[in-house]
Design a protein around this ligand. Structure first.
Ligand code: ADP
Ligand code: MG
Length: 234
């Protein structure tokens, strides 16, 4: 579904991604794990068109999406839930959700889509008229995910969705992601919570210094000596 080949990117003169290769197949949950600063967010930003690729290609469902504009990438079926939620705090939850429907093809069926998405997030449904900024951190994260789904993506890309959430909410977050794939969506997930993430993921890649150094099923990576030592603390 998504095939990233030899991807290179960075900021100004500093190259961060040094030729990344990975793929996501339809229906999978795939994770990228790596230490702080390894280049995970940079990878997601590059494939979503937020920063330019200086080399390599991003192919999605057989189409070349390398260096396309962010809204073209959304139109093609990829939506990113960025780190830190990035809601509009002074707009209602409902308005925040409607802003997610900017994908051209999604517009005509916005109300139907809203109902469908809210079916997954009953807590969000109860809070439609509240200002987004008045919600708890966990609720805001749910709104951010729901907003991403309003664009009707086939691939949802998450950057650290559990950041700043309490342990109970972290668990809910992982359950939500599992439910999303149950509904036919595919997930690319970046998470600090390596143990949980590898338990959830079908496959994963380990990113170090802007390159993939390991890959395998979630179970394989969980028992990989290097992964255990570097990311699981034993
Ligand atoms: N906007 C930016 N400008 C310059 N350097 C950046 C910027 N964002 C990230 N970097 C650098 O790129 C490297 C990778 O960062 P990032 O992709 O955010 O890592 P991760 O998400 O894996 O923690 C780091 O060295 C970071 O300091
Ligand atoms: Mg990051």
């Amino acid at each position: 579904m998504l095939k990233v080949s030899n991807l290179c990117a960075g900021y100004g003169k500093s190259q961060v991604l040094n030729g990344l290769d990975f793929e996501v197949r339809a229906g999978e949950i795939v994770t990228l794990i790596g230490a702080n600063g390894a280049g995970k967010t940079t990878t997601l930003k590059t494939l979503c068109g937020v920063i330019p690729a200086t080399g390599g290609t991003v192919e999605f469902e057989g189409r070349d999406l390398t260096n396309r504009k962010p809204y073209d990438i959304v139109d093609a079926g990829i939506t990113m839930i960025p780190e830190g939620r990035q809601l509009f705090p002074h707009f209602t939850v409902r308005d925040n959700l409607l802003m997610g429907a900017y994908k051209r093809a999604a517009r005509p069926q916005v109300e139907r889509k809203l109902e469908e998405v809210l079916g997954l997030f009953p807590r969000v449904k109860e809070r439609l008229k509240q200002y987004a900024g008045s919600l708890s951190g966990g609720e805001q994260q749910m709104v951010a995910i729901a907003r991403g789904m309003m664009a009707d993506p086939r691939l949802l890309v998450f950057d650290e969705p559990s950041l700043g959430l309490s342990p109970l909410l972290v668990q809910q977050m992982f359950e939500t992601i599992r439910n999303i794939t149950g509904r036919g969506m595919t997930v690319l997930l970046v998470e600090q919570n390596v143990f949980r993430t590898l338990r959830l993921a079908d496959r994963g890649y380990v990113l170090e210094n802007g390159a993939i150094v390991r890959s395998g099923t979630g179970a394989e990576l969980l028992s990989d000596p290097h992964v255990k030592k570097a990311y699981l603390g034993h």
